[in-house]
Design a protein around this ligand. Structure first.
Ligand SMILES: *Cc1c(COP(=O)(O)O)cnc(C)c1O
Length: 419
């Protein structure tokens, strides 16, 4: 009877059990909690530069627009129900115009799909892509790409170094300036993230052109995460993969208002899905992905709430633009403070120029977690161990510039005292 009962039970998704137990941010939180409990006097001096979350309040242009939108919903004359499943035209047209066409990149309004954030989009995109695909992912990188592929059953189990069987890892090291080169072998899907989280690296026109050429040769799709494009200060660096000729036929771009408008809690991002992008069916027909992506949104979701879309729209007016520029300048000012301080402390420093992350080599051969513990115990500063972003991140740590200036300067001072 017991056997029958087991047989009759509903099944869970076993792929979730392959995920590494000690996921990065919960483990950081656990160690900080233990430290604070054991050192109550130090607890209030702890400065968190670990999680990549914004700290400054929302731009007032977005706040005013969201208030107004909520008020509209409270009156019969201006009430709105379900909006367009891809997002309202008023916002999609501003994105396509301002972020693309004004920069000489041809993107149509209906190639933009608004969502509640680009973390979500990175996972959702797998809905319209086949399970047969060979997936290539940079190492180290934002952990969402690997984990969503594990959840979807695209990998085997975890290996001893934390990597998963079946994924083609693209190694990013100081030797290649943390920019992965196209591999000698075949891949169908390639995740790229520039400016990079966690290394802060940016890819040049030539480096991205090599990737577009690889994708065209292999009929692969580039999944390009440009969440930090607003942080690019070097005018020669592309902001979008679609600045590269030929990319419309082989790339999908992810963008977010989280790090530009401080929307990590508000939630709004978008994908750019060019109509020219094709993938093959099981019987070898080449079809456009755009109608599938549209179908996915109209069936499983309905874009993002009206007040949030009005808030995002306000980031494109003159006042909103100035406020976004000030926010980015604030965080990049912190990045300079932290970069200078780490250099002055004799460390080997990367990133921090076109991205709000400083990527630092651990001194004296410490592992990433040993350095984490030292920074916490000696400096009361929380950083992110590089190994949490992939096995090639071992021996590095990330300092986030998302903080108040006061905290960034204090972290800079404490770095000078590291024994
Ligand atoms: C923060 C971040 C995002 C944004 O995610 P949201 O879900 O829009 O908040 C996307 N990609 C990377 C690499 C990030 O660091």
């Amino acid at each position: 009877m017991l056997d029958l009962a087991v047989q009759a039970m509903a099944f869970l998704n076993d792929n979730y059990l392959k995920l590494q137990a000690g996921y990065l941010f919960p483990e950081i939180a656990r160690r900080v909690k233990v430290f604070c409990e054991n050192n109550p006097a130090a607890a209030e001096r702890v400065i968190r530069c670990g999680v990549g979350d914004v700290t400054e309040p929302l731009p007032s242009a977005a706040v005013a627009a969201m208030h107004k939108a909520v008020e509209e919903l409270g009156h019969r004359e201006t009430f709105r129900g379900y909006g367009h499943e891809q997002g309202y035209e008023f916002l999609r047209s501003k994105i396509a115009q301002h972020d693309y066409r004004d920069r000489g990149v041809e993107i149509a309004d209906d190639e933009i799909f608004l969502s509640d954030g680009s973390k979500c989009d990175c996972g959702f995109i797998l809905d319209v892509l086949g399970h047969q695909n060979k997936v290539a992912i940079p190492d180290p990188v934002y952990p969402v790409y690997v984990d969503t592929n594990v959840m979807a059953g695209h990998t085997g189990g975890a290996l001893a170094n934390g990597s998963y069987e079946g994924i083609l890892y693209l190694q990013c090291r100081a030797g290649n300036d943390f920019i992965p080169e196209p591999p000698q072998t075949h891949a169908d899907l390639v995740y790229l993230c520039f400016p990079n989280n966690p290394t802060g690296a940016v890819a040049s026109q030539e480096q991205l052109t090599a990737w577009v050429e690889y994708a065209r040769e292999h009929k692969a799709i580039l999944l390009y995460d440009a969440a930090y494009e607003a942080y690019i200060s070097d005018s020669a660096i592309p902001h979008s993969i679609f600045e590269i000729p030929g990319a419309h036929g082989c790339a999908i771009e992810f963008r977010s208002f989280s790090k530009t408008g401080g929307f990590t809690g508000v939630r709004c991002g978008f994908t750019v899905m060019p109509k020219a992008l094709k993938a093959q069916t099981e019987d070898g027909r080449e079809l456009s992905l755009h109608p599938l992506w549209h179908r996915r949104w109209s069936t499983k979701a309905n874009s993002v709430s009206y007040p949030v879309q009005r808030g995002a729209e306000a980031l494109y007016n003159e006042e909103g633009q100035a406020q976004v520029r000030r926010l980015v300048a604030h965080y990049m000012g912190n990045a300079r403070v932290l970069q200078d301080a780490a250099l002055k402390a004799g460390m080997q420093v990367f990133g921090g120029t076109n991205a709000p992350y400083i990527w630092v080599k651990t001194p004296s051969g410490l592992t990433s977690w040993e350095m984490f513990d030292r920074m916490l115990q000696e400096l009361y500063v929380v950083i992110t161990p590089g190994s949490g972003f992939g096995s090639c991140g071992e021996g590095y740590f990330r300092i986030s510039a998302f903080n108040s200036r006061e905290n960034a300067e204090e972290v800079g001072r404490r770095l000078q005292t590291l024994g």
